[in-house]
Design a protein around this ligand. Structure first.
Ligand code: SF4
Ligand code: SF4
Length: 295
């Protein structure tokens, strides 16, 4: 039994699964008769790393980038949030121009894989996820008619997928674990879903949350960690994945202040003691009143 997550291509067609060693017949180049046809029907799910690459390319804050270039959607029945690239009303990618892709060096993961769909498979009895690929053969894409054989692993090198694959790995594991956990993980509360959105997509807001006094009081992290998280988007992204494993699956990924709980208990105990003293005083007065005429 396994669960699959596909970034991000969704299609009614279910093609055969291929390994990285499989050979495909494909070439895409400027000047091909269908040039830009794929980008005119863009349905692009963005990964957290895709967002970092693109927002930094435009020197934008994450909030501004999300507002200007993305639309939210729900990734599953439990309303786990995802974001897709905004398109024109006709479905064309806003980054497409006459020359092709205007953000080519920072194009998202799914644009790099195309015409491959990437399926991460999680087997219930294994700690490792398996990567498989499907070849998406759409009629508008003439690249399949080109006379070039290439192994999938070489195509992925050509498309410079490695860094994206590495950076997306923990996020995919998070999603797969949520999916494969099924009802045992349960539907996350709204507050967890909001935190997930912030940690995975809205990094600037997540950074402010992590730097807040309330967060620092709850989690036991050295100041050097906060200095890194303040500066480094990738470190913050990975920290967000760790935090979500703690929030969604109760894994002990980030140490909490030992004394935070004790301090809270101590404060509560003081309140309980004060209440008990008031109750005792009231009880004593009642008893005194009851017996005062007997004296
Ligand atoms: S980001 Fe670039 S490659 Fe991807 S759909 Fe848009 S224009 Fe096409
Ligand atoms: S060959 Fe396929 S991937 Fe390349 S431009 Fe044409 S439709 Fe897009």
């Amino acid at each position: 039994m396994s669960e699959a997550f596909d970034i991000p291509f969704t299609s009614d067609v279910v093609p055969a699964m291929l390994s990285a060693d499989a050979t495909i017949k494909f070439r895409c180049y400027k000047g091909i008769s269908c040039f830009n046809a794929c980008c005119k029907r863009a349905d692009i799910t963005l990964t957290p790393y895709d967002i970092i690459r693109l927002k930094n390319r435009f020197d934008m804050g994450s909030g501004e980038f999300l507002k200007k270039h993305t639309v939210p959607y729900e990734m599953d029945a439990d309303r786990v949030p995802g974001v897709k690239m905004k398109t024109t009303d006709e479905g064309a990618c806003l980054f497409m121009n006459e020359e092709g892709c205007s953000v080519y060096e920072d194009r998202p993961t799914s644009c790099r894989y195309y015409p491959l769909g990437h399926l991460a498979l999680h087997h219930k009895d294994s700690a490792e996820d398996e990567a498989h690929y499907v070849l998406i053969e759409e009629s508008h894409c003439k690249g399949h008619q080109e006379d070039r054989d290439i192994q999938i692993k070489d195509y992925l090198v050509e498309q410079e997928v490695a860094m994206f694959k590495e950076m997306n790995r923990e996020w995919l594991q998070l999603i797969l674990k949520k999916k494969s956990g099924g009802p045992s993980v349960g539907k996350p509360p709204e507050s967890s879903l909001q935190l997930y959105f912030m940690a995975c997509y809205d990094m600037d807001r997540f950074r402010r949350f992590v730097m807040s006094d309330a967060f620092k009081k709850s989690y036991d992290l050295p100041e050097t960690t906060y200095e890194v998280l303040q500066q480094d988007d990738i470190a913050l992204m990975k920290f967000g994945f760790q935090l979500m494993r703690q929030v969604l699956f109760a894994e002990n990924t980030i140490p909490q202040h030992d004394q935070a709980w004790e301090k809270r208990s101590q404060e509560r105990e003081e309140v309980w003691n004060a209440r008990r003293e008031v109750e005792m005083a009231r009880y004593k007065k009642t008893e005194d009143d009851k017996y005062k005429n007997d004296v």
